[in-house]
Design a protein around this ligand. Sequence first.
Ligand code: SF4
Length: 356
Amino acid sequence: MIENFSLRLTNWYNYNKRALPWRETNDSYAIWLSEVILQQTRVDQGMAYYQRFLSLWPTVVSLASASEQEVLLQWQGLGYYSRARNLLHTARLVVEQHQGHFPDSYEELIKLKGIGPYTAAAIASIAFNKPHAVVDGNVQRVLSRLFGVTEPIDSPQGKKAVESIALQAIQGVDPATHNQAMMEFGALQCVPKSPDCHHCVFKNQCFAFSKGKVADLPLKTKKTKVVTRFFNYFIAIWHQQSHTFTAIQQRLESDIWKGLFEFPLIETSQEVEFEELIQSDDFNQIFDKQTFTLVRRSEVHKHQLTHRRIMARFYHLHFEQPPVFLDEKNVFLIVDNDFSIYPLPRLIDRYLQQNV
Ligand code: SF4
């Protein structure tokens, strides 16, 4: 089956593929951009990001000269902001070390920070037609179902088994078309839940279908542990004449949302009453015992990330005097709620749209 697998797969692809802009180009920069964005979101949402990035920064050289804040702002809504920072870092490395051209070999591509095996294989194969097989969660699912990989795909054995099949399958065929066909097959046909196996071109050869194991494969050992975190945000407002000043701060911690902007925050290990919060050292370090009025206390807003559940509550505080903030907390005032140049986590952006 492995011998004619690619031929049947690419036949399916030629008939079923979606018209997507990154399929019309062999520009390594555009292909890289599309891969990084698509690791983060679905095609329909990713399209707008791809087009916006390309129109703002049509070349890797132009992207390399953008600021981190500009890139984070355009990435807003996609999550995993370290990917956006890596995107910029990689663009700068391509300019500094490769004169603004992506290297054409997998070995050189993988040396660039922010480019992992999947992206390196995608660029090497799609832009430079090199026989490197892409292996991501989609490909692992398709190959383990089709060829009956029963070891967990997050174990070294399972990973190796899938990679070995992927490598065999790409030999002697057009690497660019083969890899794109694999991705499209995983996205459209062999989908995670309830694939339409009765109308699949591989239904007569597929291990999982013939053994009734479609819902069981791919097998995984690790269960992702979700940690709950409690964020207490303070929307500190001060009015002067006809203007409103609001305190925001840049998040500097490396855990989530690094470099993005949010309201002054106290994180707690459980839900804590407002009275307790305002007596804490953390609160006084931000607001330095200044006088305020609590004008509103929001409901808890639940925000789900891959490994974390954020329970956020927003306290609207009104200050009579201009609040002064200690520098090390990185807090400053913005005028009339003009957040437009600040990249915001989706939780904050949503709250602002609905409540401020
Ligand atoms: S028969 Fe079903 S499980 Fe097998 S490859 Fe096709 S869609 Fe996937």
